[in-house]
Design a protein around this ligand. Structure first.
Ligand code: ATP
Ligand code: MG
Ligand code: FE
Length: 342
């Protein structure tokens, strides 16, 4: 099926067009520059930017794909989780297109889309996998029986900050720009990841096997930096970034590999904005190789928010014969990770 996907959960207006698992267009308009000076995404600004960018971005995607709106078989849209006002713009646009084109509407989960997007890069995977979902607002280990299917189980999640949130907060205290993931990734390459032994959260003998915690790590980094500054010494930013990053990716990869082993599955997928991280990708590959697990990670451009991921999940739901959403589809800013289709 030819599916149009609309993503507006945060600050990216993403429009994707896929045919089955083939990506035809992935158009993005981002309002990130408008938020940068605030050090985080301003919801009202994001909503206005989506409204402004929606129709031109859809036109651009149709142009790139070389298809007409009338060729579209289904419209998929992010129904949550995300910023309420931002989601509403995408959901309203999707309803308008579905109604005007008389085509089914699929309201999908943004988080499942972060996993399903891998189909566009590595093709179908007809067996269960463990998915490590690491983004700006979420960090979970999922057991996925079928990618783009309606069923999945959450084995564990963060009890406080998400991995991406930790990157953003640590970047801020190191004086690096927002969003913090890319600059930390870059600067960490020049640092020593063993320079500072930052704590590995949730790795105690009595901690849940697949839960994460990154808030204590962020505090530990802040204390360490403050102590340096109080002593009048320069902060070795590259070493701090590399050591912080190692603490994050060490725990993420160790727990995801353990989940795959315990579940007896042979494939792992990493999705979400933090999956773009070069050190996470390298360490996950190393540990999956050692454990005999096949690792699939989409290219960095498909890890951060985009419309292709929504179209990819929509196309799977169509292919599996899922029941379309109602035109009364709500936007749910707190949609649970297990609700793949609304
Ligand atoms: P969610 O998907 O939970 O709703 P979101 O959509 O805002 O949150 P994503 O776009 O999936 O988040 O990811 C953005 C996050 O990814 C930010 O926190 C950003 O710092 C982080 N990120 C992006 N690139 C990298 C990178 N190379 N290394 C580490 N983190 C990164
Ligand atoms: Mg973004
Ligand atoms: Fe996201």
């Amino acid at each position: 099926p030819l599916v149009l996907g609309i993503e507006t959960s945060c600050d990216e207006t993403g429009i994707g067009i896929v045919r089955g698992t083939t990506l035809l267009a992935d158009a993005i308009a981002s309002s990130v520059d408008e938020h940068a000076r605030f050090g985080g995404v301003v919801p009202e600004v994001a909503s206005r930017a989506h409204l402004h960018a929606m129709v031109p971005t859809i036109r651009r995607a149709l142009d790139t794909a070389g298809v007409a709106a009338a060729d579209v078989d289904a419209v998929a849209v992010t129904a949550g989780p995300g910023l309420a006002g931002a989601l509403l713009v995408g959901v309203a646009a999707a309803k308008a297109y579905a109604l005007a084109l008389d085509k089914p509407l699929y309201g999908v989960n943004h988080l499942s889309s972060h996993v399903a997007v891998d189909l566009l890069e590595h093709g179908p995977l007809e067996e269960p996998c463990v998915a490590l979902l690491v983004s700006g607002g979420h960090s979970s280990v999922l057991l996925v029986p079928r990618i783009g299917g309606e069923e999945l189980t959450e084995l564990g999640a963060t009890v406080d900050d998400a991995a991406g949130e930790a990157y953003d907060k640590v970047a801020r205290l190191l004086g690096l720009p927002f969003p913090g993931g890319p600059p930390i990734d870059r600067i960490a390459r020049e640092g020593d990841r063993d320079a500072i032994a930052f704590p590995r959260g949730m790795t105690g003998a009595h901690d849940p096997a697949f839960a994460f915690s990154f808030s204590g790590l962020k505090t530990a980094v802040a204390r360490w930096v403050e102590a340096r500054q109080r002593a009048g010494e320069a902060v070795p930013v590259a070493d701090v970034a590399a050591s912080f990053q190692e603490a994050v990716v060490d725990v993420l990869t160790a727990k995801a590999v353990r989940a795959a082993r315990e579940a007896g599955v042979g494939h792992m997928i990493i999705g979400g904005g933090v999956a773009a991280n070069t050190r996470l990708r390298a360490l996950a590959q190393e540990r999956c190789d050692a454990a005999g697990i096949r690792l699939r990670v989409p290219r960095p451009g498909l890890c951060t928010d985009n419309g292709a991921m929504v179209a990819a999940l929509g196309a799977q739901l169509v292919a599996h014969g899922a029941t379309p959403s109602s035109l009364e589809l709500p936007a749910d800013s707190a949609l649970p990770v297990t609700d793949v289709l609304v």
